[in-house]
Design a protein around this ligand. Structure first.
Ligand SMILES: Nc1ncnc2c1ncn2[C@@H]1O[C@H](COP(=O)(O)OP(=O)(O)OP(=O)(O)O)[C@@H](O)[C@H]1O
Ligand SMILES: [Mg+2]
Length: 413
C-alpha cells in the first residue's frame, strides 16, 4: 500500500505520545487540524479495534470541519479505496471495520446521544475535540467518562483537543497547561512552523501584527490571550435548507477583495431575523473569475456592494446581477459602520454551518482598543472582516428600506 503522507515536524511529539490527553494549542494555520486528521486516518487503518468520535460543540458544524478534514486526509494520502463515507448518518468506515462518528454537545439531546455510542467492532478509543475552547469543562467530563473499561493489549485511550488559545482564563489552560500531569501532553504550534503555508498567508499575518496586535498574539503566535470587545455575540449556528418563499426577502452582500478575501454572502430576512445562508470566500481572484464561480447565484436578488469600487460593480451588472453600491452616510457624527452594527446587534443572526469563513470572522470581529486607556473604541479592527463587511452591506435594503417591499416590516421592526 502506498501512502503519500506529508507531515510538519512540529507535531512529532504528538505522533509519538500515548498519553490520555493531548492539548494542541496553536495559531490559525499552524497545521493542527490537518495533522490530527491525517494521524487518525493512519491510526485507524493500522490498529484494528480503534474507533474515533470526532466532535464540535455544535454537531451540525462537523460536516464542514472534522468530517471534511478527515475526508481530505483520506484523499490527500491516496487511501480512498480503503474508506467508505456516508452523509446520513455522517460516518467514515474503514475496510478493517474501524469507524469514525460525529457528535456535538450543544443541547441535552446531543449530550444524551453520547451515552449510547456503539461501534460495529471494538470500542470507542479516541476522541477529537476540534475547536475545543467551544466546549465547557462539563462537556469534557461527560466525554472523558465515555473512555473507560479494559482494552485489549496494545490499545489505549486518547483525547485530543485542537484549538486557538482565545482566553488565558479558559478552563483548558488550567486543566492542561498549568499542571504537571503525566497523563497530559500540552503542545504548542504556530503558522511559522507550518511548512505548507503560502507567502500570501505570511503577508496577511504581518498585516495583522500591525493592525490587530492582540489578535495576532492568539491567531498569529498561538499564545494565550483575550478576545475582548467582541462586536457581535447575537448569533448562532443553524442549518437552514431554504426556498425563496421561506423568507420575507433575500439579498447578497459583497465586499470586494483580492489580497483580502472577496466575500459574498447570501442573506435571508425573516420576521426581523437575519439568516446567513451561503458564502463565497475567495483570495487572489479577479472579478471575472469570481463572476464565473458565482454562476449559480440567483440573478433576481439585489447584490449590495462596497461603493468604493464602481468599476467592479459595473462588471457584475454587465454579467446580469442586480449589483448596487451601498451609499455611505454619517448620522449625527456616529460612524457609518457603527450604525450598521447597531442595527445588526438588535436582531438574531443565524449562520449556516457551511459558512465556515463567516463563522471564523464573527468569532474574532472586535472593536479597536485605545492603547493608552485600554477602552474599546466605536470602530472595528480593520482586519479579517471581509465577510463582516459583506454582512453589513447585504442588510442595507432592510436597514434603509426606502422603496423596498413593505412586507419586510412584519415582526415588529
Ligand atoms: N501535513 C500537511 N500537508 C499538506 N498541507 C498542510 C499540512 N498541514 C497543514 N497544511 C496546510 O496548512 C493549512 C493550515 O493548516 P490547518 O488547517 O491544519 O491549520 P489549523 O492549525 O487547524 O488552523 P486553525 O486554527 O485556523 O483551524 C491547511 O489548509 C493546508 O493547506
Ligand atoms: Mg483547524
Amino acid at each position: 500500500m502506498e501512502i503519500k503522507a506529508q507531515f510538519n515536524p512540529a507535531f512529532k511529539p504528538v505522533h509519538k505520545s500515548k498519553k490520555r490527553y493531548i492539548a494542541m494549542k496553536g495559531s490559525a494555520g499552524s497545521g493542527k487540524s490537518v495533522d490530527t486528521a491525517q494521524v487518525y486516518i493512519l491510526r485507524l487503518m493500522q490498529d484494528k479495534g480503534r474507533n474515533l468520535l470526532a466532535m464540535r460543540k455544535s454537531e451540525v458544524t462537523n460536516r464542514d470541519s472534522t468530517f471534511s478534514e478527515l475526508l481530505g486526509a483520506i484523499n490527500r494520502m491516496g487511501l480512498g479505496q480503503y474508506w467508505k463515507a456516508t452523509l446520513s448518518p455522517l460516518k467514515l468506515t474503514c475496510v478493517n471495520g474501524n469507524s469514525i462518528i460525529f457528535r456535538g454537545t450543544n443541547d441535552e439531546k446531543q449530550r444524551e446521544k453520547l451515552k449510547s455510542i456503539t461501534f460495529d467492532q471494538g470500542k470507542l478509543t479516541d476522541v477529537w475535540l476540534e475547536e475545543a475552547t467551544e466546549f465547557t469543562q462539563d462537556d469534557f467530563e461527560i466525554i472523558d467518562d465515555r473512555l473507560r473499561g479494559e482494552l485489549p493489549p496494545g490499545l489505549f485511550y486518547q483525547i485530543k483537543l485542537t484549538f486557538n488559545p482565545v482566553s488565558k482564563n479558559h478552563w483548558i489552560k488550567g486543566a492542561f497547561f498549568d499542571v504537571d500531569d503525566k497523563n497530559v501532553l500540552a503542545h504548542h504550534s504556530n503558522y511559522l512552523n507550518n511548512r505548507f503555508i503560502d507567502q500570501a498567508y505570511h503577508e496577511r499575518m504581518e498585516r495583522r501584527k500591525k493592525l490587530d496586535p492582540d489578535g495576532y498574539r492568539i491567531y498569529g503566535l498561538g499564545e494565550w490571550g483575550e478576545v475582548g470587545g467582541l462586536i457581535l455575540e447575537n448569533w448562532d449556528v443553524k442549518k437552514t435548507s431554504y426556498q425563496t418563499e421561506d423568507f420575507d426577502d433575500l439579498a447578497y452582500g459583497q465586499d470586494f477583495g483580492f489580497n483580502h478575501a472577496d466575500a459574498i454572502l447570501l442573506l435571508g430576512f425573516k420576521d426581523g431575523d437575519i439568516y446567513i445562508l451561503k458564502e463565497l470566500y475567495l483570495y487572489g481572484k479577479d472579478t471575472g473569475e469570481i463572476i464565473t464561480l458565482a454562476k449559480n447565484f440567483n440573478h433576481d436578488y439585489l447584490m449590495w456592494c462596497d461603493s468604493a469600487e464602481p468599476d467592479r460593480i459595473k462588471m457584475w451588472k454587465k454579467a446580469g446581477f442586480k449589483a448596487k453600491g451601498v451609499s455611505k452616510e454619517t448620522t449625527k457624527g456616529v460612524k457609518y459602520q457603527k450604525s450598521q452594527i447597531d442595527w445588526l446587534k438588535q436582531r438574531s443572526i443565524f449562520i449556516d454551518p457551511s459558512c465556515t469563513n463567516t463563522l471564523k470572522e464573527i468569532e474574532q470581529w472586535k472593536w479597536k482598543k485605545d492603547e493608552v486607556t485600554g477602552d474599546y473604541l466605536d470602530e472595528p479592527v480593520a482586519f479579517f472582516d471581509d465577510a463582516m463587511a459583506a454582512l453589513r452591506y447585504g442588510v442595507e435594503g432592510w436597514r434603509k428600506p426606502h422603496g423596498v417591499k413593505v412586507k419586510l416590516f412584519k415582526g415588529g421592526l
